[in-house]
Every structure is written in structure tokens, then in C-alpha cells.
Design a protein around this ligand. Structure first.
Ligand SMILES: [Zn+2]
Ligand SMILES: [Zn+2]
Length: 110
């Protein structure tokens, strides 16, 4: 791994700096002494972005039949519109339901 070696800015000797990770300051830098010329230089750690992966899950809306990745399941989202008797909704149906129930509530209050 190339990331563990750093060229000394004075003599270009390649220092292995694996151990520097544990000495990092809060700004991801630390001072390092060259093994060859004993010159001190500042070391900056550059971290690769890390990625995680998750499965893409499609579901069919039980109200309109649309298949989408963006769906709401009863018990996993709140609020879940009570007006639907189904357990899986696409985003637009869910939104409509939530809006409609909000309207209802407002109507009752007035
Ligand atoms: Zn050096
Ligand atoms: Zn739908």
C-alpha cells in the first residue's frame, strides 16, 4: 500500500509511516522525523472515502400498483396514513394519504 510511505521533503528518502496513524492530531497531521536525514516534517493523513453498500429493494405499491425503490411500509414510517388498508405504499400514495389525513384533522378542528 502506497499510503504507508512518504517521501521526506528534504532528502526524498521513503519513510514508512504506518505507525503515525496513532499519533495523529485532531487535524490529521503529525510531526515525523526522517529516518535518513533526521529532518522533521509535517505528515498529513489523507483518508480515502469509505463506501458502504446496501441492496436496492423494490416494492410494489399495494394501492396503485407502482413498483419503486422509494416505498413506505406500515410500521417503518410515521405517520402512516390510516385511510389505506394496505401495508406497502409508494411515495406519492403515502404522501397523498398523509396530506389527506392532515386535511381531515384540520376540518374536524374547525
Ligand atoms: Zn530526509
Ligand atoms: Zn402508489
Amino acid at each position: 500500500m502506497q499510503g504507508n510511505k512518504v517521501k521526506c521533503p528534504y532528502c526524498e528518502y521513503e519513510n514508512i509511516v504506518t505507525g503515525a496513524l496513532s499519533d495523529l492530531n485532531s487535524d490529521n497531521t503529525t510531526d515525523w522525523e526522517c529516518e535518513n536525514c533526521e529532518g522533521e516534517f509535517e505528515l498529513q493523513a489523507e483518508f480515502e472515502p469509505s463506501w458502504s453498500a446496501s441492496k436496492i429493494v423494490y416494492a410494489e405499491c399495494k394501492n396503485c400498483g407502482d413498483v419503486s425503490r422509494d416505498f413506505k411500509r406500515r410500521g417503518q414510517v410515521f405517520p402512516y396514513p390510516e385511510m389505506y388498508k394496505v401495508d406497502v405504499l409508494c411515495e406519492p400514495c403515502w404522501r397523498n394519504g398523509v396530506l389527506e389525513e392532515m386535511e381531515d384533522e384540520r376540518g374536524r378542528l374547525i
